[in-house]
Design a protein around this ligand. Structure first.
Ligand SMILES: Cc1cc2nc3c(=O)[nH]c(=O)nc-3n(C[C@H](O)[C@H](O)[C@H](O)COP(=O)(O)OP(=O)(O)OC[C@H]3O[C@@H](n4cnc5c(N)ncnc54)[C@H](O)[C@@H]3O)c2cc1C
Length: 544
């Protein structure tokens, strides 16, 4: 039986494992924590789809058009068309495996308006869309675990891929329970390791998503794409631990953004963009809040109390719990925060990277969202990309034999043991914190050359000391060995941002404020022995 190793057990990883099992391919799901703790459970707003019950006037074509427009001209047309066409089938499938979508007064599936979309097409499950989908997929994977078609490797982290002559044969995993590296072979390796929130410290997302896997694979020859496009969600609530997401559903239900001037409320989004101003795409709203340069608030106090209780209970509760805010009466103070990564591992339409048998799916892959993602499209992309990769792997002939990677395993074991003896004035976690500060400061909503160059200098300094840092036994061994991969990804991200000398979507350059036709392509970055090369994918080599 063919074997696929899937790194990451959020929605994309599980969707891929289940589809592999359905197609008779055995899948091993690897993750340091259970699926129920993946970032996917945090998704609350909803999932986009045009189904048979679509709003009058809505169509798959319109969903495709909105997605491409939102992506500011650099989302792959064929890929986006495939994604949007799959929406109806994916909603039916999710319902079939136990996802309970909210219904309206007539008992039909309810949909809400989300930013940048011409119709109400975001399906949701109360305030817990991600949790519902994760739970349904967990049950589905369990069925296949019982049938011997899915296995789980819990408390295991990805270390590196086993690559020989441009072909991937498996991975080295670090088992946190034994403290040992081990080798696993497969016919394919699928990365489903999520975004890179931890690079930025405090964000709306999970610190499990630190981008190490993408950084390490980059160092092993995998190309990365569009790293400069980092989505700032416009409405988050500041708390000591993280930025809590105030869902776009609030503006979908009529929430209004304003600031105060001379004692009066200025509804700046409506003044500038008309009645639908609050629901402009996230890049636009974040930029406007940033440009306002003062405290901005989101108001839903004019809504009927029952409407808030029925449709936005999670927002009501999180505002009360983390901000002491009574949303029935008071506006919510909001600020933009890092939320989602349009960039990641570059993949072809079948979700294979430039390395044969190495695939990437979900948020760690860059494919559908161009320069800016529409809310509700990433849950769809997580399921869809998992299905696409599984179908491709099932279709292919299995690998007939694997080369011997014993020397590589021994070398990495020695390197890990060597790390335990290093001495320096800086602990590992200190440099991680410094990196987060650098990324927040240098890759904000608005960037410029001087600022980015300073970021590059800082990261190069961290890289120069990374391998000599004190081993910190108080944190998971993973944190000790992952730093160089994370820093390399950070270095690549800043390089991409420097190279794009225009403003487009989520990449706003104060020194190059115009959108330039010459840059209407994806950015691709590759790595060779410490050298980073960035190019524009003018030939659209990843769109086939
Ligand atoms: C607060 C919040 C709300 C959101 N709401 C919505 C929404 O309403 N609609 C929408 O479409 N999108 C939403 N998103 C985005 C969406 O949730 C994610 O893009 C999507 O769930 C990503 O799924 P994934 O499977 O790719 O990754 P994840 O769910 O992030 O899973 C990643 C997996 O990889 C594992 N992993 C990471 N590193 C390693 C490693 N080195 N070794 C082994 N395993 C590793 C993790 O433990 C985890 O199991 C939201 C995001 C956030 C943060």
């Amino acid at each position: 039986m063919k074997e696929v190793i899937i790194i990451g057990s959020g929605i994309s990883g599980m969707a891929c494992a289940v589809r592999c099992a359905e197609l008779g391919v055995h899948a091993t799901l690897v993750s340091p924590f259970p699926s129920e703790r993946s970032q996917s459970v945090m998704a609350s707003g909803g999932i986009n789809a045009v189904t048979d019950e679509a709003e009058p006037g809505d169509s798959v074509e319109s969903h495709i058009e909105d997605t491409l427009m939102g992506g500011c001209g650099i989302g792959g047309q064929q890929a986006v068309a495939g994604l949007c066409r799959s929406g109806g089938e994916i909603i039916r499938y999710l319902e079939k495996i136990g996802t309970v979508f909210s219904v309206d007064a007539s008992g039909k599936p309810a949909r809400r308006a989300f930013g940048g979309q011409s119709h109400k097409r975001t399906y949701y499950c109360g305030a817990s869309t991600g949790k519902q989908i994760v739970s349904a997929l967990v049950m589905e994977t369990r069925r296949y675990e019982a049938a011997g078609l899915v296995s789980r490797r819990l408390w295991c982290c990805f270390h590196s891929a086993l690559i020989h002559e441009g072909v991937c044969h498996g991975a080295l995993l670090f088992d946190e329970t034994t403290g040992q590296l081990e080798m696993v072979y497969g016919d394919a390796l699928v990365m489903a390791s999520g975004g890179q929130n931890a690079l930025f410290g405090k964000t709306t997302g999970s610190t499990q998503c630190d981008g190490y896997a993408a950084g390490r694979l980059f160092m092993q020859g995998a190309e990365l794409k569009n790293l400069e496009f980092i989505q700032y969600h416009p409405t988050t609530l500041e708390t000591p631990q993280k930025r809590m997401l105030v869902s776009e559903a609030v503006r979908g239900e009529g929430g209004r953004l304003f600031y105060e001037e001379d004692g009066k409320r200025v509804y700046f989004m409506e003044d500038r963009y008309g009645p639908k101003g609050n629901l402009m795409t996230r890049d636009v709203v974040s930029r406007e809040i940033d440009a306002a340069g003062r405290a901005v608030f989101l108001d839903i106090s004019f809504l009927d109390r029952r409407e808030i209780d029925d449709r936005l209970p999670e927002v009501r509760d999180l505002c009360a719990k983390y901000g002491g805010i009574d949303v029935y009466r008071d506006p919510i103070p909001v600020q933009p925060s890092v939320h989602f990564f349009m960039g990641g591992l570059a993949v072809h339409l079948n979700h294979e990277t430039n390395i044969r048998n190495l695939f990437a799916i979900g948020e760690c892959a860059s494919m559908y969202h161009g320069a800016n993602r529409l809310g509700g499209n990433s849950l769809l992309a997580a399921v869809y990309s998992g299905n696409i990769a599984a179908a491709e792997i099932a279709d292919r002939a299995g690998v007939s034999g694997h080369p011997d990677f014993d020397m590589e395993l021994e070398r990495e074991r020695k390197a890990l043991a060597g790390r335990r003896d290093t001495q320096s004035q800086f602990p590992v976690m200190y440099i991680r914190d410094m990196l987060a500060e650098t990324m927040q400061k240098r890759l904000g909503i608005v960037r410029n050359e001087d600022n980015l160059k300073q970021g590059l200098e800082d990261i190069e300094y961290y890289l120069s000391i990374a391998e000599r840092l004190n081993y910190d036994p108080s944190v998971m061994p993973y944190f000790n060995y992952s730093l160089t991969g994370i820093l390399t990804l950070a270095r690549a991200t800043v390089s991409c941002a420097l190279s794009r000398r225009e403003s487009r979507g989520a990449h706003d350059r104060s020194d190059f404020p115009k959108t330039e036709e010459a840059y209407r392509s994806a950015t691709i970055i590759s790595y060779d022995s410490g050298n980073y090369s960035v190019r524009l994918d003018r030939g659209r080599s990843y769109e086939s």
